[in-house]
Write a protein that binds this ligand. Structure first.
Ligand code: NAD
Length: 370
């Protein structure tokens, strides 16, 4: 039997624990049927950790995150903790995890299951079958560059500065992830910046072009300005396969792309760091939605985004693409049978609870994985 894979589960706040509970049931199904077993630790994060430990993330939990093969994160935050100081915000936990784990590559797939094409604000023919990957650089650029801050000038007015900085190695490592991902998909990379007006854009384009020429000539590469990319994502999103871009543009373009799909409760994400000598990358997987305090504790949350995050974990951290596809196909099968949580409910479909969606996915796994 293969060595056990280790995971840290951080359910967090609000609907995080409810969605994670359904993932546990999926793992139970795999444990009963597969050679690979999973060792799971669970920890507190966000508001739950503030309440129990007085901090959004303890050093012990941080150490656990560093030692496992992969982290599955639920969601953090809620009105209860909104009044705390900056360092006592539940969201600080996710920033610390990203920073200390060195998670520089943020993968945000935007996939539209054909059954949910009507949920988008765009015409179904524009987005049905959409399957694109936005790759955002996560630890550099204008959110971290120095100098930054606000100063008061001698005349009493103020001056604010943020600095966009990128180095060749930072651009190369994210571009490398983009090309490798593309090779496992439809082999196309669109690199996005604003080389027409920004020096970092010029260096970005030069670096990506040089790396492509050196190591990835088999992958189709195009360059696009970020403003045009925003337009193209709405006009004809299916032209893209992998889009790679910096922290700032990636923040916006990935949110734009996620809304093409029309449903927050369906979208997973992954954040990856560098591979170590054994080839293992630090990795954290999470749904893109937040803790949804408005529906927390009511058995209403859609658990599919968290389940699909677990599928990404199987694909990218554990190299188990067949098992990942089994979960994705089970989700598709459930949707094709008209089973819906409230957030994706459509006329003529059957509305189910969080638990009901978990039941339906398990039944689909039974059917498809037999
Ligand atoms: P949200 O994603 O929590 O909710 C937005 C809306 O979508 C709500 O109406 C919610 O009910 C609905 N929704 C979200 N996920 C759903 C699901 N799985 N099933 C059904 N409906 C779902 O965003 P928000 O309301 O802006 O933020 C709420 C809290 O979450 C805030 O404290 C915010 O800071 C935090 N947040 C955390 C993360 C994270 O942990 N990574 C991300 C975003 C927001």
């Amino acid at each position: 039997m293969a060595a056990n894979k280790t995971m840290l589960f951080l359910p967090g706040d609000g609907i995080g624990p409810e969605a994670m509970r359904e993932v546990r049931r999926v793992i139970g199904w795999f444990d009963r049927r597969r050679a690979v077993r999973f060792d799971i630790k669970e920890g507190l994060v966000g508001g739950a950790s503030i309440d129990a430990k007085g901090t959004p993330l303890t050093d012990e939990t941080m150490a656990d995150a560093m030692s496992v093969d992969a982290v599955l994160f639920g969601a953090v935050g809620g009105p209860k903790w909104d009044t705390g100081s900056f360092d006592m915000k539940p969201e600080r936990a996710i920033l610390r995890l990203r920073k200390e784990m060195g998670l520089y590559a943020n993968l945000r797939p935007a996939t539209v299951f054909p059954e949910l094409a009507e949920a988008s604000t765009l015409k179904p023919e524009i987005i049905a079958g959409l399957d694109i990957m936005i790759l955002r650089e996560l630890t550099g650029g204008v959110y971290f560059g120095e100098p930054r801050g606000i100063e008061t000038l001698p005349d009493g007015t103020k001056r604010a500065v943020d600095t966009q900085v990128y180095t060749t190695p930072e651009i190369e490592r994210i571009a490398r992830v983009a090309f490798e991902l593309a090779r496992k998909r439809r082999n196309k990379v669109c690199s996005v910046e604003k080389a027409n007006v920004m020096h970092t854009g010029v260096l970005w384009r030069e670096t990506v072009t040089a790396l492509h020429a050196r190591s990835y000539r088999d992958v189709e590469l195009v360059h696009m300005y970020a403003d045009n990319c925003a337009m193209q994502l709405v006009r004809n999103p299916k032209q893209f396969d992998v889009i790679v871009t910096d922290n700032l543009f990636g923040d916006m373009l990935s949110d734009l792309a996620s809304m093409l799909t029309g449903s927050l409760g369906m979208l997973p994400s992954a954040s990856l760091g560098d591979a170590d000598a054994t080839g293992r990358r630090k990795a954290l997987y999470e749904p893109i939605h937040g803790s949804a305090p408005d529906i927390a504790g009511k058995d209403l949350a859609n658990p599919l985004a968290t389940m699909l995050s677990f599928a990404m974990l199987l694909r990218y951290s554990f190299d188990l693409p067949d098992d990942a596809a089994l979960i994705e196909n089970a989700a598709r099968d459930v949707l094709s049978k008209g089973i819906r949580t409230a957030d994706i409910m459509q006329a003529g479909c059957t509305k189910v609870s969080t638990t009901g969606m978990g039941d339906a996915v398990l039944a689909a796994l039974e059917r498809l994985g037999a």
